[in-house]
Ligand binder design. Sequence first.
Ligand SMILES: [Zn+2]
Ligand SMILES: [Zn+2]
Length: 301
Amino acid sequence: MVRSLPLRTAPVRGEALDSWLEALAAQLRTPMGDLLVELGLLRQYRPPEQAPFTRSPWLTLLAPQEAEHLGAATGLAPVDLRAMTLEHFDQRALSIDRGRRMLHRTRNWRRSAGTGSRFCPDCLAESGGRWQLSWRFGWSFACLPHRRLLADLCPGCGSLQRRRRHADRVIPVPGLCDRPGPKPDGGPSPRCRYPLRTAHTLLLDPDHPALRAQQDLVDAVATGIGSFGVYRHRPQPALDVLADVKGLGRRALFIMSGDRLAELVPADLLNARQETSAGESASGRLVPVTAAGTAALITAA
Ligand SMILES: [Zn+2]
Ligand SMILES: [Zn+2]
């Protein structure tokens, strides 16, 4: 018999399952691992001598019994719970290896495949620290309502966000960085706790080509079909469109001369890319991992 939770907080529109569960744990003042065990998503804590299990396969794909257990405990319908997992976007925005409950490493934008989540500081400020599932997509680089690039890292500790599961023994504080901070001698390492809503990212003009490009991709994924630009007369599946855009943009970014690229991509974006993409490969094999680099690539395409 599954116990239903005494307090409930509703998911926000587009929220990722991990974000909502953290909001629940915060409301219940419960360590994250306790809640996950209670909800049937985690069997037990690992003993300290074992390497921690840091994946959350349920964020990619909820098993039927997990969806049922979670639904009984929270009062949400399994179909609504699944809409907060990446499975909801399988074959539209990304491609899932269902057997392993992971994203395909090779068939996705690199950022999608287990490398965490970008974030919009304004959205975090307005929602009280709730995370959108779409920020995990590798091709997602801007917030359309707030017209700004997404942030890649915590400005406090420089960590990628949400690459690993929230620490089991810690009560979440939505909106603050949950990565380990500097470790004092002997003690457990405290959390970074940087307020992510204060991160700075590039603001974009209302008619900025990068926003139009992001909107086209969002629309293609919403319908599953790309019908913008060259696809107007021959609409194509969204996943094929995303692959085309990646290939084309990558060639533009790594092969074109600076002058030619500057005709396609506005200067503010090229500058932001320069500042954030120092570590990117110039060989053309790698897809940019920063929001600014991704924005430049997609806009060029
Ligand atoms: Zn936003
Ligand atoms: Zn941090």
